[in-house]
Design a binder for this molecule. Structure first.
Ligand code: PLP
Length: 388
């Protein structure tokens, strides 16, 4: 019997372990040199000016909402097909969440429906939008920026699934997810199933120096030692608290692992694309399976394939069949407005029909760089057997 095959898993090498051990033997377990190094190297990888390492992706989202001054009464739009944290982060600040249905092909927020909603709402109804690069498919943030500017919205791009992905914009420039050319703030997660694993961990990227400074301040109790902004200075020990901040700092232990993982990140995305190609080919002639959308030449997209999501009307039966065969697929995601907590706000079944139909059919197949050919062949064979 094949050993259990999950939908995603981390890849920890001996080099990763050695890098972590070095930190454990060093003087700084946290607030040491590895944090800055990880921030700088990650910013370079993504193509953004600044990066702030934080405790996880959820805290990254919370910080962004704080930095953009989300407060009670503010309304923010996101996709119903995302992890709950994308929406929750607005509630943390007392804001209100609204949703716009997804595009039936890309499964990211439908920009036409977004524009319709904004057009039909009184001016100033919304403060911002949190688009999600679902599965690693980049949101067209160039188009989104135009809409956002028209309605005076900020953009926090939830790029948790998409480090290494890019789209080619109208000026034929490659725009890496999270590089901040079109969005204000971008966030990532380093949870073990993601592209880069640090245990728990996250990152915010931005090109805006003011926002960067604010994020740094808020991620460490709102405390500063920056002599340029201190009100007084009693000596080298002196610090001041200027904002009500949090302790969202990532440790040097986590950052050392992140730096080591980052070295393989580009290669890993390539491997994920190879795995996706093989799945695409294998399922090409199965009418009952819809493979992920692949963009053509006009709007060229390099997918990061955090997830490989197929759609089938036989989702539940397939899920159970694969499970019986030790293949553990997953469903990403249950629409956020279906969650009991969100139903309290009045959301109902039928509010976002495209997302809801997607939820009935979506299944994430095993997708991670160390998935062997033998394992992938086994997954494919079992799926072909199911549909025979
Ligand atoms: C789209 C999305 N947003 C936010 C998060 C939250 O990240 P974390 O688990 O690191 O808090 C995740 C990951 O779980 C995610 O997939």
């Amino acid at each position: 019997m094949m050993k259990p095959i999950p939908y995603g898993r981390q890849n920890i090498t001996n080099e990763d372990i050695n890098e972590v051990v070095k930190v454990l033997k060093s003087d700084f377990l946290t607030q040491g040199p590895k944090v800055k190094e990880f921030e700088e190297k990650f910013a370079e990888y993504i193509g953004a000016k600044y990066a702030v390492a934080v405790t996880n992706g959820t805290d990254a989202l919370h910080l962004c909402n704080l930095a953009l001054n989300v407060k009670p009464g503010d309304k923010v739009i996101t996709s119903p097909i995302t992890f709950v944290a994308s929406a929750n982060s607005v509630l943390f600040c007392g804001g209100e969440v609204d949703f716009v249905d997804i595009n039936d092909k890309t499964y990211t927020i439908d920009l036409n429906k977004l524009e319709q909603k904004l057009k039909n709402s009184p001016k100033g109804t919304y403060s911002g939008i949190i688009p999600v690069d679902l599965a690693g498919y980049p949101v067209d943030v160039e188009e989104l920026r135009k809409i956002a500017d028209k309605y005076n919205l900020w953009i926090i791009e939830d790029a948790c699934h998409a480090p290494g992905a890019y789209f080619t914009d109208s000026k034929k420039q490659k725009q890496y997810c999270g590089n901040g050319v079109y969005s204000d703030l971008q966030i990532f997660s380093f949870h073990p199933v993601k592209h880069i694993a640090t245990g728990e961990g996250g990152m915010v990227t931005t090109n805006d120096e003011k926002l960067y400074k604010k994020l740094k301040l808020l991620s460490s109790h709102g405390i500063t030692k920056d002599t340029d902004i201190l009100n007084e200075n009693h000596g080298a020990w002196y610090y001041e608290m200027h904002e009500l901040g949090y302790n969202y700092r990532l440790s040097d232990i986590n950052c050392a692992l992140g730096i080591s993982q980052l070295k393989r990140a580009g290669e890993s995305v390539k491997r994920r694309n190879k795995i996706a190609e093989k799945y695409n080919k294998a399922f090409k002639n199965i009418e009952q399976i819809n493979t992920p959308f692949v963009a053509g030449d006009v709007y060229h997209v390099y997918h990061a394939y955090h997830l490989y999501i197929i759609r089938t009307k036989k989702r539940k039966k397939l899920y159970n069949f694969l499970r019986e065969n030790n293949i553990f697929t997953q469903v990403h995601y249950i629409p956020v407005h279906f969650q009991p907590y969100y139903k309290k706000f009045g959301w109902q079944k039928g509010d976002f029909p495209v997302a809801e139909e997607y939820y009935e059919e979506a299944l994430s197949l095993p997708m991670y760089p160390t998935l062997t050919d033998e394992e992938q062949n086994f997954v494919i064979d079992k799926i072909l057997e199911f549909f025979k």
